[in-house]
Design a protein around this ligand. Sequence first.
Ligand code: FDA
Length: 393
Amino acid sequence: MTIACDVLVIGAGAAGLMCALTAGRRGRQVRVVERANKPGKKILMSGGGRCNFTNTGTGPANFVSANPHFCKSALARYAPADFIDMVDRHGIAWHEKELGQLFCDDSSKQIVRMLLDECADAGVVVDVGCEIHGVVREDEGFRIDTARGRIAAQSLVVASGGLSIPSLGGSGLGYALARQFGHAVLPTRAGLVPLVLTGSHAERLEGLSGVALEVEAESGGQSFRNAMLVTHRGLSGPAILQVSSYWDAGEPIAINLLPGVDALAFLREQRAARPASELRTVLAERMPRRFAQRLCERWLGDRPLRQFDEPALARAAAALSAWPVAASGTEGYRTAEVTLGGVDTDGLSSTTLMSRSVLGLYFIGEVVDVTGWLGGYNFQWAWASGHAAGNAA
Ligand code: FDA
């Protein structure tokens, strides 16, 4: 028996559910097929269980894509305020943490519940624990073979996400379908991911795991001021996760350990005011003591300031404002929050997210080559692209 519907959505994640409820509200018969045993697993895990569901400052500059203009249309037509309206209608309490990041007061379960309630109201059928065996173009639509039987749909929306955290649903199905239908897929790699250090750099930081400090990290022409955390294997924390999305293997990363401070002027001032003080003592007033001590022992020199002549002081200042980190790699998809790259936007309409070459085929959310910064931007892209496709499919 073949089940017929107007719109079949592959993936009951953030983008898929938003697309489904939007199309359902338009009176379309919508079915969502999800291979995991429950919908919205990444939403449930997000934001430490409180879901950083949007960012009030979302704009095209907060996304990485081969075409930085592509995301503009969808983002403009479904703004953070639109999602906040839905959250408010469902009586979900939320708060702003910092930098425009909005979180649920209680639990990310509320966001999944809200999306599923909206889907149910719109008559959407969500089929979980269902594998896709194959998709073919048939007549004016698509035939999808699943573990539960055959589905015929006029429109097919691929919302199967990226490769990050396979245990939460990450799969390559969306990329395979894109290729099957003649779309280019740009190389994928882990984004918003901790960096791994090896060799002398790792040795020099040994024993400091757990130490965190505010820094400004720069790579690939983009810099982020936020916390950095030393881990057992390298570096993490928001500043590092953000910059990891701009980092190419083999490229340097420069870390300003005194963000917002003119390091040379500061050191000169300190040398004049307290020449007998050790450099580590002075730095420990601006960063964790253990980190300052290690920095001086292994990199900058461990002696009183008066023993730093002008060239030595300039070298120390340069190292403090652009501490060079040579990462050997990232922790990979196992811990990455997102997948960079993906379905090439050149083949998609920026207004509807529909394929330019295959009528009725859509790609939305993380499977597309649009990746947000840390801070609620990825969900905002999922909502906006899902909404755009849901209004067209
Ligand atoms: P998503 O991955 O959400 O959904 C894809 C769905 O497709 C999954 O349910 C998957 O099981 C299903 N699927 C895959 N293959 C399939 C197949 N073959 N057949 C059927 N179904 C299939 N972002 C943010 O803005 N704020 C935050 O707080 C966080 N926090 C966060 C924490 C963690 C731990 C991670 C890993 C990620 C985040 N993110 C985030 C990123 C955010 O979760 C992510 O960008 C969105 O969930 C992407 O939404 P999609 O719907 O595109 O994919």
